[in-house]
Design a protein around this ligand. Sequence first.
Ligand SMILES: Nc1ncnc2c1ncn2[C@@H]1O[C@H](COP(=O)(O)OP(=O)(O)O)[C@@H](O)[C@H]1O
Ligand SMILES: [Mg+2]
Length: 254
Amino acid sequence: MAEIIFKTENVIKQYRKFDVSTFRYETYDALNDFNMEIHKGDIYGFVGKNGAGKTTLIRLLAGLVQQTDGTVELFSESVSDKLYLQRYRINGFIEKPALNSALTAQDNLKICCLQRGLEYTNCINEVLEESGLSQFDIKNVKVRNFSLGMKQRLGIAMALLGKPELLFLDEPLNGLDPEGIRDFRKLIKKLHQEYGTTILISSHQLRELTQVATCYGFIHKGKMLEQISAEDLKRKIDSEDLEEYFISLINKKQ
Ligand SMILES: Nc1ncnc2c1ncn2[C@@H]1O[C@H](COP(=O)(O)OP(=O)(O)O)[C@@H](O)[C@H]1O
Ligand SMILES: [Mg+2]
């Protein structure tokens, strides 16, 4: 079995939510005793309904929120002063890419390079090529004039800067047209095959996920229902109907 790159053990993440009926803040478990393992080389399809806790988990991975309880381990480091250094080895975007709409794609990428301490001479053209943005004439176009799909491609380009060992993409297919989805699929396969990148993808588009994922994690109401390899899943179900399988898992728990 390949090395574990990211692991959570019995993680609880609580948020405080204002309850209008009681007029008080109540605690809410967005992640509840949550266990997950991502191995080196996985293309991990992260599946769950809206509000299941997918984005919360990815925020935890990226260091944007802290768990209330439990352990988070990245590249075998779990103590916070060592863990943060490991975050230089990962990149991605959460919900939607953070873009400066008053700048061009190139300038957005330059800023990211500066933030990450990267030399930008070659890598900007490389990621523009890989994300498929170079096919558009965007040299002097500000991001505010980009289509949703082009913004999404720019987010992917930004996430690829510095060749992360672990790439996290939260709902990356949102806003992509069929051509964009096809290019995305090709890119994921290329990153996986050529650079051995480990990739975490959360998506509602389960049919698309089955085209690329090597394993799945099913999350429901903050709990991990099951983690399963694509091979084992194929043995369990005749068709690759991930939706049916996910619904059956939820029903079993209820
Ligand atoms: N900052 C926050 N404050 C309070 N509640 C939050 C916050 N972020 C997320 N939540 C709640 O946590 C739950 C999980 O949300 P999220 O992780 O965004 O789920 P998903 O990405 O699967 O749709 C939801 O009920 C959401 O309303
Ligand atoms: Mg989300």
